[in-house]
Design a protein around this ligand. Sequence first.
Ligand SMILES: [Zn+2]
Length: 413
Amino acid sequence: MNEIQDNPEVLASPAMVEPYGPKHPCKIGFRNATLKQEAELWQVHIGTSIYIWGCLQALDRLAVGTAIDAEIKTFNRWFGDNTPENIQTVRTVFDNIAAGLFDVQNVLFYDLDQMRQYKVCNQKNGDIAMSSHGVWTITLCEKQFEVLPFCGMTSKVSTIVHELTHIAGKTVDHSYKVAECMWWAECNDDRVFGNASSYQYYAAQTLPMSYKFDAATTDDESNTYITLGNLMICCKYNSADNEFRIEDEYPKAIVDVLPESRLDSSMGVDSLAYFQIPTPSFCFTKGNEVVQDFENAPTQIQPITALWQNLPTAFQDGFDALCCQLHTKDSFITKNDKVAICSGFDFQIEQTIVDQWPTVPVMFRAGFDAILFLDLYTQLATKDGQYVDLSDTQNSGVLVSMMGPAPANSEDK
Ligand SMILES: [Zn+2]
């Protein structure tokens, strides 16, 4: 897999389905990338698009006063006071990026060639990436880019966010240093608004707190896995603070967590559940297919109707949400306002969500984004980043944001 392409190829990027972004994103061109590098850049590009979308959503909440504490603190940390003017200044940079990133006429080139030509890679402390204002080309040093983690403060995705602020936001590099960027924000120094790394770090800390996610499950070691588009986080629930803490090194690309899967999870999955029978496995569904990811065994992909016997018609094309109770082995499958309850993989009962859980708030009755057992007895349903405890009949109806605190600051290496 080392053939280098002589001519750049321009491809339509996969349609970003709402709510991750408009349906007609820009085209992508690769120059001198191997097939393996192209595949990874696709994932990075989709992840970056979700980060840009997530920042715009967070800035909207800041502007209208519905942001929670952690979102406000993250803005303060990188841009100083959350005044309407400051929020608008930051918003304009992300708007300009989105205008190009989601313009069907635009082509964004990922170029792995020029760095070789200029031998930047051979220089000590050479740039990981280069770009210039108004030119939709990101030139990457393949050696330095390759070793970065997928997401995080200094990562593949955050590098692309950084470069996009140069291309679309007229930013420069006043400082790459985390401590210096934070100090300027604390002093309300205007340099932060023109500094690419300030946007990079802001995006890296804002997206993992996103309000929206697609699928969630908790394994038998209390790790909760949540997916958003092609990204996945692992977190642990802290009952003392009533919030989830994201583990280090997440988000990751789902395809990196499930490298052997042939399921097309490159744009995300519909539902995700942890099963203990017949052997421990994660089940991912996408459309009418399911993949079971067993430890130390090859993954199996099959139609959902082959795994779950006698499913009612409404569930045969795919699920919104899926979970399994590890003690009773009952599995719950939701699709729109209906829930199918199975004993293991054998279908038993179909009814409406409101029949099964009469006290769920109105916003949950038309369907869930995800359903999970946090432990043996606590069953949560999520919708638009809020959860309701289905098992607590006293408290059912209480909406709680899933958002936890901002991830701990990581220092520059
Ligand atoms: Zn830069």
